[in-house]
Design a protein around this ligand. Structure first.
Ligand SMILES: Nc1ncnc2c1ncn2[C@@H]1O[C@H](COP(=O)(O)OP(=O)(O)OP(=O)(O)O)[C@@H](O)[C@H]1O
Ligand SMILES: [Mg+2]
Ligand SMILES: [Zn+2]
Length: 527
């Protein structure tokens, strides 16, 4: 029967546990010198060796011929514990046995001496899941267990453990395992399994696993399915990552502010079933690497990648200023946060890319600095800037004009009032539209992505126009799409019982912002 790699290759002695030497050496020493505590608490993130070390510990304290504090794995006790015929090592999953009764059973049972082994060892996994009552029931026994009882509690969430429990245990914090240590172990397992694995691919696996060896071995499992040599590309596609080349191109597109190239790339990746959240994480990591190259003398120690990639990173970093890298990191980070709750991950990703390409949409300082930098660069390249012409009067009129939507589909047209919006230039008739919330609720039924875009929006009535005020920069583009416009139109009609002409509201203030002097200057340079 096939056993998944991470279970098959669970270390059986402390020496095989990767990256936790500070724990394994202490445990082995304690066992060798016979100074074993009665209760341990193993904490740390998932897949870092907590359960593994608890199992090794349970065998080592009972082993008939321990070797330097390690179990021999050969004596009858070691074998009995391994194959489950010796019942003195008890693993309890607190996630499914979290009640007072479960703990009372343990306490009662712990009064009996072990049958075949020296110690009865209780491994309570996910211990943070115990109920308050169960924790209290455990306190007394944990403080003074019978001579022949040892406890090992394990958890990923130490902050949920009551301090009364914490103070009764010797605590060990398991670290995230370094990429080098993970890569080494993954290479070792691959070697034992006759899986052909390139070193770069092992490093990539290690990076994706983010400190967890279980994740790394699962990924190796997934990659090894085809039986072919595992290259970084195989790892990328098994993990749903964008391949490096795509990332470099995407970042180039951002650098050139080429939204349409960036969208094409996202489209290709999306069609190749690349996970959008992963893509943003990778993009974040990419900019992080650029940041490190910009700021650190020897970036090689902080960036895990092959030489070719490092060369390419360095070339790309040259083209960015540190300021703009920081700006991009900030945008991607907030994009990632929004992505977690987003209904449509692709749209959210596209919105992030639009923001990356268009710092003029943002008003914070880093965006402004970005734009000034671009200006300086253009001037350096010899572009002439002419004196600003006197603003024309016409602008005044533009200020209050609404941008009309594309015409409704032909069948809807007869119902639309065809009169010209005569009042639309008269701001005095802008009335807040109080049923906008109801409209959004309607839209939620028919067009969820649009609901997301409309978050925080409001609307005004101006004559027979309903004007929508939405700060989301993608809104105008979005609403030009037939289905979204139709959904909006339908919802408005349903709520109000009449047909309004729809438009985008620009308050006098906003249009002021739209006529940003910096934007005009840049425009001028471009022309
Ligand atoms: N430090 C490590 N050295 C070698 N292998 C490891 C290590 N940590 C985890 N593994 C591998 O991952 C598998 C799972 O590890 P383990 O069950 O010990 O993780 P854990 O820390 O208890 O995780 P969780 O918090 O999810 O329970 C092991 O079977 C082993 O293959
Ligand atoms: Mg565990
Ligand atoms: Zn043994």
């Amino acid at each position: 029967m096939y056993q998944v790699l991470y279970r098959k290759w669970r270390p059986r002695c402390f020496a095989d546990v990767a990256g936790q030497e500070h724990i394994t050496s202490t445990l082995a020493n304690e066992i060798m010198s016979g100074k074993v505590s009665h209760a341990y608490l193993f904490t740390g993130s998932r897949g870092t060796g907590k359960t593994t070390c608890a199992k090794i510990f349970a065998k080592a304290v009972n082993c008939l011929h321990p070797v330097d504090g390690n179990p021999c794995n050969e004596c009858e006790v070691c074998r009995g514990i391994d194959d489950g015929t010796i019942l003195d090592v008890i693993e309890l999953d607190a996630a499914s046995n979290n009640g007072v009764d479960n703990i009372r059973d343990i306490i009662e049972e712990s009064n009996f001496t072990p049958v075949n082994a020296r110690y009865r060892v209780y491994i309570i996994d996910e211990v943070h899941m115990l109920s308050t009552g169960a924790f209290n029931a455990l306190l007394k026994t944990l403080e003074e267990p019978p001579e022949h009882v040892k406890f090992v509690l394990a958890t990923t969430e130490v902050h949920k453990i009551p301090s009364t429990i914490l103070s009764r245990c010797q605590r060990f914090d398991f670290h995230r395992i370094t990429p080098e240590a993970i890569a080494k172990r993954v290479m070792y397992v691959a070697g034992q399994e006759n899986i052909s694995l390139e070193e770069d691919a092992a490093l990539l696996i290690a990076r994706i696993a983010d400190g967890a060896l279980r994740d790394a071995l699962s990924l190796l499992d997934r990659c090894s399915g085809s039986g072919e040599t595992i290259t970084p590309d195989v790892v990328s596609s098994a993990a749903g990552l964008a391949q490096k080349g795509y990332l470099f191109s995407l970042v180039d597109a951002v650098r050139e502010r080429n939204v349409s190239d960036a969208f094409d790339l996202i489209n290709t990746l999306h069609n190749n079933s690349c996970d959008m959240e992963r893509l943003c994480t990778e993009l974040l990591n990419h900019f992080r690497n650029l940041m490190i190259i910009k700021t650190v003398k020897n970036p090689e120690s902080l960036i895990i990648c092959v030489d070719d990639d490092m060369k390419q990173y360095k070339e790309q970093a040259e083209k960015f200023s540190l300021q703009s890298i920081l700006y991009c990191l900030g945008i991607i980070e907030s994009g990632l946060i929004a992505l977690k709750n987003s209904i449509n991950k692709r749209i959210e990703t596209e919105m992030t890319v639009v923001r990356l390409c268009s710092p003029e949409l943002s008003e914070d300082n880093s965006a402004l600095i970005q734009r000034i930098e671009r200006l300086e660069e253009m001037m350096k390249n010899g572009v002439k800037i002419e004196a600003a012409p006197v603003p024309k009067k016409v602008v005044q009129k533009e200020e209050k004009e609404e941008a009309p939507l594309p015409p409704p589909p032909p069948e809807a047209q007869p119902e639309e009032p065809r009169t010209a919006p005569t009042q639309s230039n008269d701001s005095s008739v802008d009335m807040p539209f109080t049923s906008w919330g109801d409209v959004i609720q309607e839209i939620q039924q028919t067009d969820r992505p649009l609901t997301g875009i409309l978050t925080g929006s409001s609307a005004f009535i101006r004559g027979d126009h309903l004007l929508i005020k939405c700060d989301n920069p993608t809104f105008p583009q979005f609403i030009k799409t037939g289905i979204h416009a139709a959904a909006l139109r339908e919802a408005v009609t349903k709520v109000t019982g009449r047909k309004y002409r729809l438009g985008i509201y620009r308050s006098p203030d906003n249009s002021q912002k739209a006529r940003d002097p910096l934007a005009e200057l840049i425009n001028k340079i471009n022309n």
